[in-house]
Design a protein around this ligand. Structure first.
Ligand code: SAM
Ligand code: SF4
Length: 361
């Protein structure tokens, strides 16, 4: 429910760390800035938005979706391209400089190239895409021509049978040739996202390091987060970023690359000059203190943290005739309501009710 004055009702569960007002109508206080960049109560400036264009996917990765029984949003619940572009304009005018399209699998959304062209015309400094790459090869050149700058490709194993076991659908060979197509199209630097699971693919750490060294692709190891739809997250399956670093460093010495204060990935170059890896240690070394991200879910809610269920539904406001000023105020409230951190490691942590594929990873 919403009204054009910007009051919205959303499902909000209390956050274990307490924190400020919610992103709903109660999210404003007199100290909330009404101009300038999107800043929260902890001084974090938000200039990066992840836009989920669909909650659907053509794969069923074990850490993200159940093999059977996923239910997806009806088409009418998703933002139209016009609505996405409208929200992007509001975000850009609030100082957002970086936009990443994601999902679900963004390339299952029809005519994504058209959306990319429209977003590219808005002049973001960075426009990128996260994809499982199963549908990417024929689209890489058209996406680049439409203004996409770069892609992150998810690939959790370099062994065909294991790839099939973890991703459940799709083939490793398709993904590897899509990586080449992306590079030919200039969608670089190419980053490869890897989720390691203890006992399943963690014996491939050095294979992936070698892959980074020989291809020049930046392999980024993402810790398994409690965002799977099955609710089977078990910290014992998580492989800590520090362990990954140490295993690689023992074979090929690494040195840290200073990335400034806002990058979630810790970056490391191989000392001998052959490539780079990244560690996204969201669970064991949270980067909440420098988080600059917001998410727009496929059904049009602003979400200020992957792990907070406090959402502001822009879709309903837009469909009720809200002005751009009202949408901008909703952005400010969402940012102002952001908690200092996700609290995964605290006993009171509440798992988000929506999975990564629904929120937009
Ligand atoms: N379908 C696209 C893909 O797989 O790249 C984009 C969406 S996916 C949700 C974005 C990223 O989130 C992928 O790199 C995926 O591996 C990662 N991911 C999904 N569920 C995760 C989880 N529970 N923990 C950590 N990473 C996860
Ligand atoms: Fe689909 Fe990406 Fe989730 Fe895998 S991680 S099921 S490819 S949305």
């Amino acid at each position: 429910m919403s009204d054009v004055a910007g009051r919205v009702s959303v499902s909000v569960r209390p956050h274990p760390r307490g924190g400020g007002p919610t992103a709903t109508g109660g999210g404003t206080d007199s100290s909330m800035p009404t101009s300038g960049p999107l800043v929260d109560r902890y001084g974090r400036v938000h200039d990066d938005v992840r836009v989920s264009v669909t909650d659907r996917c053509n794969l069923r990765c074990v850490y993200c979706m159940p093999e059977k029984g996923m239910t997806f949003q009806p088409r009418a619940a998703l933002l139209s391209f016009e609505e996405i572009v409208r929200v992007a304009v509001v975000a850009r005018d609030l100082g957002v400089t970086s936009l990443r399209l994601t999902g679900g699998e963004p390339l299952v959304r029809k005519d994504l190239v058209t959306l990319v062209a429209r977003l590219s015309a808005l002049g973001f400094r960075d426009l990128s895409l996260t994809t499982n790459a199963t549908l990417l090869a024929p689209l890489a050149a058209p996406l680049a021509a439409a203004g996409l700058r770069r892609v992150n490709i998810s690939c959790d194993s370099l062994r065909p049978e294991r790839f099939a076991a973890i991703r459940r659908r799709g083939e490793l060979a398709t993904v590897l040739s899509a990586m080449q197509a992306a590079e030919r199209a200039g969608l670089t630097p190419l980053k490869v996202n890897v989720v390691l699971l203890r006992g399943e693919n963690d014996d491939e750490v050095l294979d992936f390091a070698q892959f980074a060294r020989t291809t020049g692709r930046i392999v980024r190891f993402i810790e398994f987060m409690p965002l799977d739809a099955q609710g089977e997250w078990d910290p014992a399956r998580l492989v800590p970023g520090r362990e990954i670093h140490d295993r690689i460093h023992a074979r090929w010495p690494l040195r840290a690359i200073d990335v400034g204060s806002v990058a979630p990935a810790e970056r490391f170059a191989f000392v001998d000059g052959h490539g780079e890896i990244g560690l996204i240690s969201s669970v064991t070394q949270p980067f909440c203190g420098t988080c600059n991200r917001l998410r727009l879910t496929a059904d049009g809610a602003i979400r200020n943290c992957l792990f907070s269920d406090d959402e502001v539904t822009l879709r309903d406001q837009m469909r009720a005739g809200a002005s751009d000023e009202t949408l901008a105020l909703a952005f400010r409230r969402a940012v102002w309501a952001k908690f200092p951190g996700h609290a995964i490691n605290e006993p009171e942590f509440l798992r988000p009710t929506r999975s990564m594929s629904m929120i937009g990873g």
